[in-house]
Design a protein around this ligand. Structure first.
Ligand code: SF4
Length: 150
């Protein structure tokens, strides 16, 4: 069976920043019937706890974080960039270890977003962009889609 990487929160795991558990959707269940699913939470892999401070990329995209052009900041002001970059690298290692076909990662997350993220103002505004883990996977040629694209 071919393997895919899926955001652990989309699989009902308690890994979200606010410790909220998401109900597994029918679309995700369909994927689980077709593929061997490898769960991943880049932020937990990066060493962040559950629950944790809400984080947003400051005004740019995940690729800019990897290039050192912006940071990932928590809502209380802490710089969490290091944890996000470590989490992205561990996510890439997992993808390579399992030779995944593609990844389905949660939209709007500063790690997992694939076409939309928050702006960094912590006011609910969004902008086109991708998360840090998504950016690293794509740089290495791994296709990333969101749960909204299934
Ligand atoms: Fe973890 Fe990504 Fe889900 Fe955030 S969106 S909880 S980083 S798997």
């Amino acid at each position: 069976m071919k393997k895919i990487l899926v955001s652990a929160c989309l699989l009902g795991e308690n890994v979200r920043y606010n410790a909220e558990v998401i109900e597994v959707s029918d679309k995700i269940n369909d994927l689980m019937a077709k593929y061997e699913v490898i769960p991943v939470c880049p932020e937990v892999l990066g060493g962040l706890p559950v629950p944790r401070e809400a984080c947003e990329i400051q005004g740019m995209s995940g690729s800019d974080v990897l290039d050192g052009d912006t940071i990932v900041r928590g809502s209380k002001g802490s710089d969490h960039t290091g944890a996000f970059v470590i989490g992205a690298k561990k996510t890439l290692e997992l993808a390579r270890e399992h030779n995944v076909e593609f990844a389905v990662l949660k939209q709007r997350s500063p790690s997992c977003g694939s076409s939309c993220i928050y702006t960094g103002k912590f006011d609910g505004t969004k902008q086109p962009g991708e998360g840090v883990a998504t950016a690293l996977l794509r740089r290495q040629g791994i296709k990333v889609i969101s749960e909204e694209d299934i």
